[in-house]
Design a binder for this molecule. Structure first.
Ligand code: NAD
Length: 364
């Protein structure tokens, strides 16, 4: 691929987000030093119930900087949880936030930062990538709304490979596919740029290599490091450019049928990419080149099989008669997409995804 082809979408805008990242093994032991660097003296540590013990270990690393621990983070950042944690933060006169966990714990930290503008340190344990974005989704009365604010971006992110070692195999696979989806859509975003494009391809290469290896041996350190590295870069992509049809379908399916987040991404990605393929020949060439395959949607579909991810929406509990509703919702308030959205073709896409059959590229 020539440099000219790589930077074909001229002019472009690239905006780097101001974050400090530590990456390695055992890096969580730097949490106190990083807290001091940010001027924290009374830290509230946040996690979900799974990471209560890990949160207590982080609390002891913080020593006299630790003010309290809250282990009630939940998926989709419900407002009542945020209000409870906010009351504790105020009672403790906290001046800094440390989160440990997946997107749910990171989301709670962001929700508190939105309301207080306090500095945050995030220690991610999944491949969701929320720690790299200025995006916050919150749920009130069952309705999820999303906003962007520089206030919610963590100041420091500590990636510690050790913290991802026990991520269950199934979650490893689907969380990794969720990350690949961020990078794939970043390549053909309306505001795509060559810097994010390079990070996206690097991220896809790292994840496609690491995920099958982790399926064979979930404790393989080099593969864990590769997956976390790929997920970090995918998070940068998600935070930097707009997402298209794939993310719209996943958000619609998740919101309407309460389907699980990462699994839905895994099922939809090969089909959404096949839909867009005829409109993005340059991106498809770069993906073929990066992955060394002729048919990228089919390769992603096969990757789902290898990592034990679901391949059909029916496996996630989506009713077949919900396809029409999902198509209408996706058309009613669409995200920008490189290929125009056509009702019949979207219906075909979702029918194939529902059944779990091989994705099909229709050039017409
Ligand atoms: P999660 O944080 O809820 O974690 C999923 C499950 O895995 C939980 O039960 C958790 O306890 C467990 N877990 C996490 N790490 C583990 C580990 N290392 N070992 C063992 N178990 C572990 O889910 P997630 O997929 O990380 O994040 C999804 C949430 O994040 C959603 O609410 C989603 O909307 C949000 N999200 C937001 C953004 C953003 O930019 N705002 C980006 C991605 C995801």
């Amino acid at each position: 691929m020539s440099l000219g082809a790589m930077i074909s979408n001229l002019p472009f805008v690239y905006e780097g987000l101001p974050m400090r990242v530590l990456f390695g093994e055992g890096t969580r032991s730097s949490v106190r030093e990083e807290a001091l660097r940010l001027g924290m003296s009374r830290v509230l540590v946040l996690s979900g119930p799974t990471h209560e013990t890990a949160a207590r270990q982080i609390s002891s690393e913080l020593g006299d900087l630790h003010a309290g621990t809250y282990a009630g983070a939940r998926m989709h950042t419900p407002i009542d949880v945020t209000e409870e944690a906010l009351a504790l933060l105020r009672e403790l006169r906290g001046d800094g936030i440390v989160t440990i966990g997946g997107g749910s714990a990171t989301g709670l930290g962001k929700a508190l930062a939105l309301r207080t503008d306090l500095p945050q340190i995030a220690l991610p344990t999944t491949y969701a990538g929320s720690e790299m974005t200025p995006i916050l989704g919150e749920t009130k009365n069952g309705v999820k709304t999303t906003q962007r604010s520089a206030k919610v971006l963590p100041e420091t992110v500590i990636y510690d490979v050790d913290l991802s070692m026990d991520l269950p195999v199934r979650l490893t696979g689907v969380s990794g596919m969720n990350a690949i989806a961020h990078s794939v859509e970043a390549l053909y975003a309306r505001d795509a740029n060559p810097i994010i494009g390079a990070l996206a391809l690097e991220s896809i290469r790292a994840l496609v290599k690491a995920l099958p290896a982790l399926c064979d041996d979930p404790h393989e350190r080099a593969a864990r490091a590769g997956a976390l590295y790929g997920a970090w870069l995918a998070g940068i992509c998600l935070g930097a450019v707009g997402m298209s049809l794939h993310h719209k379908l996943c958000h619609t399916l998740g919101g309407t049928f309460d389907l699980p987040h990462a699994e839905t991404h895994a099922v939809i990605l090969p089909h959404a990419l096949a839909y867009n393929a005829p409109a993005i020949p340059d991106v498809m060439a770069r993906l073929r080149d990066a992955l060394g395959v002729d048919d990228v949607p089919a390769a992603l579909y096969e990757l789902n099989r290898v990592i034990g991810a679901p391949r059909g929406l029916h496996e996630l509990g989506m009713p077949e008669d919900g396809i029409g509703r999902c198509v209408e919702l996706a058309l009613a308030n669409p995200y920008w997409n490189p290929r125009p959205l056509e009702r019949t073709k979207l219906r075909e896409l979702l029918s194939r995804a529902h059944l779990g059959v091989v994705p099909s590229i229709d050039p017409n």
